[in-house]
Design a protein around this ligand. Structure first.
Ligand code: TA6
Length: 290
């Protein structure tokens, strides 16, 4: 567990299964379930922590030096990029991760908790993006974690669940199931190649355009299975050392501890004027290494 995940968990009442606290400037939802612990930031409906009780370590990575300030993106977790990805507009990766969402409902069973967060247009969003819309994130958390983003609006929008997965050493981690075709987003020489599995020895920023429906992250301790739903692209990102050292919201060795494998709708927008609702989802399962 990163220190910051632990600090947020410690700040929440220990005897309440679901509680709302404010960490620095950010309202957080902390969930203590017999099957897992989890933290959401209400800013961005961003999952910041999920650890099934059977898992020795958190599955989602959160930077110890992330900012927790209003309207500032949180480094780690599962940021929701919408209604655009990357630098297609300002702010980068859309505004959804920078604004407060409502926790609309929670369903609780012995096996899981299902939380739904909703965002609709408001004064803050209309100042950036002058259209009415509704987006929702449904998180079904238990022994597995399923995240489903639904978007509705009369415009073209792209989306990504920009998941930061916790690993124990990037240099000993592989990612499989990416497919063979990709857009390179960097101009670095000696680009890493895929030979069955992608290995990491430098900065990576690629949009895989024909991904398989399942990716597997394999580190020294476990396998994380990422099952995509209605995804047209999978983005893989790791900033590596030099870039990481320029990032104020990441420790200098932060890049060793995560890999982003992002579920995206870039080639096929999630909404268009002709198809005004769209969905994207991911199911995350942790397996012991055989
Ligand atoms: O998804 C990869 C990426 O777009 C990279 O280019 C990198 O910049 C990363 O996301 C993080 O973006 P952020 O705006 O959160 O700093």
């Amino acid at each position: 567990m990163t220190q910051i995940q632990n600090m947020i968990l410690q700040q929440a009442p220990h005897d309440e299964r679901i509680s709302e606290i404010v960490y620095d400037e950010i309202p957080m939802i902390v969930i203590r379930h017999s099957e897992f612990d989890a933290i959401f930031s209400k800013q961005g409906a961003q999952l910041l922590h999920w650890q099934p009780k059977k898992s020795a370590a958190p599955v989602i990575w959160l930077s110890n030096t992330s900012f927790f300030k209003q309207a500032v993106a949180i480094r780690g977790g599962v940021p929701i990029c919408w209604p655009w990805f990357g630098d297609a507009g300002k702010p980068a990766h859309g505004f959804a991760r920078n604004v407060l969402w409502e926790l609309d409902r929670v369903e609780w069973t012995e096996e899981k908790a299902i939380c739904t967060f909703v965002l609709t247009q408001n004064e803050q969003t209309l100042a950036i993006f002058p259209f009415p819309f509704t987006v929702s994130l449904t998180a079904e958390l238990g022994e597995t974690c399923t995240l489903t983003l639904k978007a509705q609006g009369d415009f073209e929008s792209t989306a990504a669940l920009h998941s930061y997965f916790a690993i124990n050493d990037i240099q000993k981690t592989t990612v499989s199931g990416l497919g063979a075709t990709y857009h390179e987003r960097l101009s670095a020489p000696n680009l890493p190649k895929i030979e069955g599995c992608m290995r990491f020895d430098q900065e990576v920023d690629r949009i895989y355009t024909a991904p398989e429906s399942i990716q597997i992250i394999c580190d020294q301790q476990r396998k994380i299975e990422i099952k995509q739903d209605q995804v047209s692209d999978v983005v893989v990102w790791n900033p590596w050392q030099a870039r990481c050292e320029t990032m104020k919201d990441m420790e200098n060795n932060g890049f060793e501890q995560f890999v982003c494998v992002e579920s995206a709708r870039l080639q096929q927008p999630i909404t268009t004027p002709q198809q005004q609702t769209g969905t994207i989802g991911v199911k995350i399962t942790v397996h012991a290494k055989s």
